[in-house]
Write a protein that binds this ligand. Structure first.
Ligand SMILES: [Ca+2]
Length: 249
């Protein structure tokens, strides 16, 4: 028999799977491709000797990452990816994140804001500090008025140096936040229904569920203060999902 709780759970798992596809970046871990990383253009703009290559030396994930080198002062060598027209919103928050390592501070993630006719409206760009080990970066940026789509550039810029990028992500922050909010609400609602529907379930499990339903301070604090890492929320979601699974049996 398919119970309402089981049905909700399957719908919920479907929506959780859909939520994994919010990353706009194609081939974000540089794993796909034959001679070149699929979906990425490797090259340079301006002046300066260097290289942009697809490499297997110490990737952050899988077997590959991208390596960018500038051997003399100049503009930039980069891995570039452009998105289809109409895929970005104007005046809208976006989150760009990824992993890098770098011999100098010449490692620059950069996002071009492009208008409806493909015109350049401006760019967001930042220098990342040198790091011998893989290090995450995570920025929230606001798209410019008139933005219709983006171009992403992962650069080594200005000064000589070598940098590597892997596991990139770009997503609409508002959609991400709203979706997560809906999921949290759905998860809590489902858990609450199960506690009501299963008074004869394991007492320890029910007590734990009731405790979670109070919403723990660390989580509500992160909801108010917007925990950028989302670690508290992620941990809580895992606890709630595990309780739902056990109670739904
Ligand atoms: Ca990789």
């Amino acid at each position: 028999m398919v119970t309402p709780a089981a049905l909700s759970l399957s719908l919920l798992l479907g929506s959780l799977a859909a939520a994994q596809t919010t990353n706009m970046i194609r081939n974000p871990g540089f794993e796909e491709g034959a001679d070149q990383p699929a979906e990425w253009h490797l090259g340079m703009e301006g002046r300066g000797a260097g290289s942009a290559t697809w490499v297997t030396d110490n990737p952050r994930s899988g077997k590959r990452c991208v390596r960018l080198e500038l051997t003399e002062p100049g503009d930039y060598w980069m891995a570039q990816q452009r998105y289809a027209a109409g895929t970005a919103l104007p005046d809208h928050p976006y989150r760009v994140s990824g992993w890098y390592r770098s011999t100098t501070s010449a490692c620059h993630p950069c996002l071009y804001f492009l208008g409806r006719d493909g015109s350049f409206l401006g760019a967001w760009e930042t220098a990342l500090p040198a790091s011998e080990e893989w290090k995450p970066f995570d920025f929230v940026i606001q798209s410019k008025a008139g933005t219709y789509h983006f171009e992403l550039q992962l650069r080594v810029q200005s000064a000589p140096g070598v940098c590597w990028f892997d596991d990139m992500a770009l997503s609409s922050l508002r959609l991400e936040t709203i979706r997560d909010g809906i999921e949290d609400y759905e998860l809590l609602y489902l858990l609450d229904s199960l506690v009501e529907a299963k008074p004869n379930a394991d007492l320890g499990l029910l007590a734990q569920a009731r405790e979670v339903l109070k919403v723990r301070p660390a989580v509500s604090k992160s909801l108010r203060e917007f925990d950028r890492t989302g670690e508290a929320m992620e941990a809580e979601r895992a606890v709630i999902a595990a309780l739902i699974e056990k109670l739904a049996k």
